[in-house]
Design a binder for this molecule. Structure first.
Ligand SMILES: C[S@@+](CC[C@H](N)C(=O)[O-])C[C@H]1O[C@@H](n2cnc3c(N)ncnc32)[C@H](O)[C@@H]1O
Length: 451
């Protein structure tokens, strides 16, 4: 084991402690650490893999650890994390031999603790090496088995099981612990998709065309962040489900569009691109700093039709007196249960109480923004979550209270071929599960206002 890789595990342990103790967002904390230590790309890759992997599998690793502990022994939190990250490497990473993982973890235990802790760590890891890890198939209750095997809290698996059934739930949970491919959206005012594809291929980046958006490319191999096309702002990194939102807004040039919850601007910029930077996109966000990000993103992409500012969506009628919009997007604040692959901490921190509160805010936003839509205008509602209370139920409630609205029948016909037979389709819209097109879980629907 080199000195450098020894440090990587130490940093990984520090990071995991920080994320779990201080509730730091994993992606932000990891980014800061990568910058601070100026790690070689290979080491950075390993660090990210260990930290994300261990976090992503936390409940499974906790279950594993309990099977090796005979008594009610109290274990320090840092020792637990050290064991989890060691288990993670032994179970899921082929690159590092078990004996090297054990040796290194014992060294860390000695340095951070004392000989007694090192002996304990050594004992547990050697048992795991000798006896192997538990067989989850022996857990009879399918909900409990899925919870442990895929590291999702029991309450959440129970909830999804009630809403979508065990088969869909299990597929979703299994997908949530896999890697997600990066996808990008071409800035069509700067380059065509064909031209960008050819430039990326010249840089040995393997890409395929998205079946969701004509602007989309999916990266199959290679690091686009290092490519000069990224520095030239020829594209935006965006998940394919997220791209589908603007694709389904039935946009036309010169329209006036309201994006009520817009930061950091992924969809606002897509809307502007789809209208060929004509018309106007009024983009708002509750937080001024976040609204500034939308302006920054628009500038980077060379888009001039976006006007971003701070506002609570529930107060937009005060800002736009006697003004109505052709299209409105409410990409609502939500629990984010569709993006667990990139933000694993969400699954451990969110509660059903959070979901209830968010559903109330979503209903309020819809109710207060709706008067700003023109007659026969179209309102798109979307979330990056998988939960009926925040999705179908919000729409049902809205339609019951606003009889002059209906789900636009044309919306379903415009869904891409690949989603036409999706199990997530209902009369209220479409729930995209992460396993459907290997993208984020999203809900979206389009409402039309009768004159
Ligand atoms: C799902 S994110 C939007 C993502 C964005 N549409 C994009 O594509 O980049 C939801 C946003 O709503 C904002 N938000 C939360 N409550 C709000 C409110 N009452 N009014 C306006 N924006 C709000 C949050 O700050 C957050 O940036």
């Amino acid at each position: 084991m080199t000195k450098q890789s020894y440090n990587i595990r130490n940093i990984a342990l520090d990071l995991l402690m920080r994320i779990s103790d201080q509730g730091g967002y994993s992606h932000l904390v990891i980014d800061q650490m990568l910058k601070k230590h100026q790690l070689e790309p290979r080491d950075g890759g390993l660090l990210t893999e260990i930290v994300y992997g261990t976090l992503q599998r936390k409940l499974t690793l906790e279950y594993d650890l309990n099977t090796f502990i005979k008594s009610n022994k109290k274990i320090d939190t840092w020792v637990k994390w050290l064991l989890y990250l060691s288990f993670y490497q032994m179970k899921y990473l082929d690159k590092v031999p078990d004996h090297a993982v054990i040796h290194e973890s014992v060294e860390i235990a000695k340095r951070k603790g004392h000989k007694g802790i090192a002996n304990f760590v050594n004992g547990i890891l050697r048992s795991a090496q000798r006896d192997g890890f538990p067989d989850y198939e022996l857990i009879n209750d399918p909900v409990k088995r899925v919870s442990i095997e895929t590291s999702h809290p029991l309450w959440l698996v129970k909830r999804w099981n009630q809403q979508y059934g065990i088969e869909t739930t299990e597929q979703m949970c299994q997908t949530n612990i896999t890697h997600k491919q990066v996808s990008i959206r071409v800035q069509p005012q700067r380059i065509t998709r064909k031209q960008l594809l050819s430039r990326l291929e010249d840089s040995h980046i393997r890409v395929r065309l998205s079946s969701i958006s004509e602007q989309g490319l999916v990266i199959e191999e290679g690091n686009i962040l290092k490519d000069e096309t990224f520095q030239e702002a020829l594209f935006t990194i965006q998940d394919e489900s997220s791209m589908l939102v603007a694709e389904l807004m039935d946009l036309k040039e010169e329209m006036t569009v309201l994006d009520a919850c817009s930061a950091p601007g992924g969809k606002a910029t897509h809307i502007a691109e789809k209208m060929n930077d004509s018309g106007t996109v009024f983009a708002y966000d509750l937080h001024a700093k976040k609204a500034a990000l939308v302006n920054k993103k628009a500038k980077e992409l060379g888009l001039t039709s976006i006007q971003a500012a701070q506002s609570d969506a529930r107060k937009l009628q005060e800002k736009h007196v006697n003004h109505t919009f052709d299209r409105i997007l409410i990409d609502a604040p939500c629990s984010g249960l569709g993006v667990l692959r990139s933000k694993p901490d969400i699954k451990y921190n969110k509660t059903s109480e959070d979901i209830r509160k968010l559903a109330t805010i979503q209903k309020e936003i819809l109710h207060h923004v709706e008067p700003l839509l023109k007659n026969e205008g179209k309102l798109m509602y979307s979330t990056c979550t998988v939960d009926q209370e925040e999705n179908e139920e919000v729409i049902k409630d809205f339609l019951a209270k606003h009889p002059n609205y209906r789900v636009d029948p044309a919306f379903f016909a415009e869904l891409p071929e690949i989603l036409q037979d999706s199990s997530g389709r209902s009369e209220w819209g479409i729930q995209i599960f992460p396993q459907d097109i290997n993208s984020d879980g999203f809900f979206m629907t389009r409402l039309v206002k009768d004159s």
